[in-house]
Write a protein of this length. Structure first.
Length: 306
C-alpha cells in the first residue's frame, strides 16, 4: 500500500509516521518537494507518485493568540492547500482520501456534545473563525466529490483538540497544553509564586494524545469502506482549563498558585465532540490525560532547550 502523507513534519504527521505499519510505503514530501500552495506542483506530484490513499494532515495551525493575530493566513493558506490536494486526488482518481478537520468547525456556545450534523448550523467562534471556515470548506469539498463521483471514498475526521510528542511548545503558535507545559516549567525554574491563566479558566476542552489519534487513523485505514463520510474522533469527556492547569502542574512539579487575567479571551465555552459513530466502529483511545501529559512532558524535557 502506498500512502501520501501531507504535513509529515507537523505534530500529527510525525505521530502518524511513528506508527506506520511495516507493509505500508509512506510518502512524506518536504515543503520543497511538494508546495501545497501551488496546484500545478501538487497535481504533478500526485500524478507521478500514484498513491492509493492520501492523508491530508498539513495546515497552518496555532493557539488562540496566533488565530486572533493571523486570521487571513489561517483562512487563505489552509483553504488553498486543502483545495489543491483534494482536487488533485479527485482528478487523478485517488479513491481513498482522509481529510483532517477540527472541532472548531462547530458552532460556538453549544454545551452539549457536538454531533457531526451540527456543522454550519450556527455562528462560529470568532477567535478561530478563519481556520474553521477553511476546514469546513475542505470537508464540503470532499463531500461534494463523493456525491458526484461514486467511486471516490473521501472521509473527513474531526478530531478534538490534540497534544503530544512533536508539538509546538511556543507561546504564540503552540496550543494550550504545550504552551502551559512550557510556561509552568519556566515558572518552576524561576521559583515564581503564581501563574496567570487566560480568562476565568472555566471553559471546557477535550484533549486527545496525538499518538492515540494517529492510531485511530491507521485503524480507519483498515476499515475505510465501513467508515462514515464524516466522523468525530475524541475521548467523550472533557476538563476545564483550570483543571488542565492543575493536572499539568502536578506533572511538571509546579507548586505555585494560579490567578486569572479576565481581560483575555477564553474562546468557546465548551468543545466536546460526540463519539457515537466512533464507538460503533470499535475503536477507543489507549491513553488517559495523565498518561498522555507525562509522555508529552518527557518528550519536551528530552528535546527542548529550557
Amino acid at each position: 500500500m502506498k500512502i501520501l502523507l501531507t504535513g509529515s513534519a507537523g505534530m500529527v504527521g510525525k505521530n502518524i509516521s511513528d506508527l506506520k505499519p511495516k507493509n505500508v510505503e509512506i510518502l512524506e514530501p518536504t515543503i520543497k518537494e511538494l508546495d501545497l500552495l501551488d496546484f500545478g506542483k501538487v497535481n504533478d506530484y500526485v500524478l507521478k507518485t500514484k498513491p492509493e490513499i492520501i492523508i491530508h494532515a498539513a495546515g497552518i495551525v496555532g493557539g488562540i493568540q496566533a488565530n486572533i493575530k493571523h486570521p487571513l493566513k489561517f483562512l487563505r493558506e489552509n483553504t488553498i492547500m486543502g483545495h489543491n490536494i483534494i482536487w488533485a486526488a479527485a482528478l487523478n482518481s485517488v479513491r481513498f482520501f482522509i481529510n483532517l478537520g477540527s472541532s472548531c468547525m462547530y458552532p460556538k456556545n453549544i454545551n452539549e456534545p457536538l454531533k457531526e450534523n451540527m456543522i454550519l448550523t450556527g455562528e462560529l467562534e470568532p477567535t478561530n473563525e478563519g481556520y474553521a471556515i477553511a476546514k469546513i470548506f475542505t470537508q464540503r469539498l470532499c463531500s461534494y466529490i463523493n456525491r458526484e463521483n461514486h467511486s471516490s471514498n473521501f472521509k473527513t475526521l474531526v478530531p478534538c483538540n490534540l497534544y503530544g510528542k512533536h508539538d509546538k511548545f511556543d507561546d504564540e503558535w503552540g496550543h494550550m497544553i504545550p504552551s502551559v507545559i512550557r510556561k509552568l516549567l519556566q515558572a518552576k525554574i524561576n521559583n515564581d509564586e503564581s501563574v496567570k491563566i487566560w480568562g476565568d479558566g472555566t471553559a471546557r476542552r477535550e484533549y486527545m494524545y496525538a499518538s492515540d489519534f494517529a492510531g485511530c487513523i491507521w485503524y480507519i485505514i483498515d476499515h475505510l469502506d465501513d467508515i462514515p463520510e464524516l466522523i468525530n474522533v475524541g475521548l467523550g469527556y472533557d476538563y476545564s482549563i483550570n483543571e488542565y492547569y492543575e493536572i499539568i502542574a502536578k506533572v511538571v512539579g509546579f507548586n505555585g498558585q494560579f490567578t486569572h487575567d479576565l481581560s483575555k479571551p477564553s474562546g468557546m465555552k465548551r468543545k466536546l465532540v460526540d463519539i457515537d459513530k466512533l464507538s460503533k466502529i470499535g475503536w477507543e483511545p489507549s491513553y488517559t490525560i495523565e498518561q498522555g501529559l507525562k509522555e508529552t512532558f518527557k518528550f519536551y524535557i528530552e528535546n527542548a532547550v529550557i
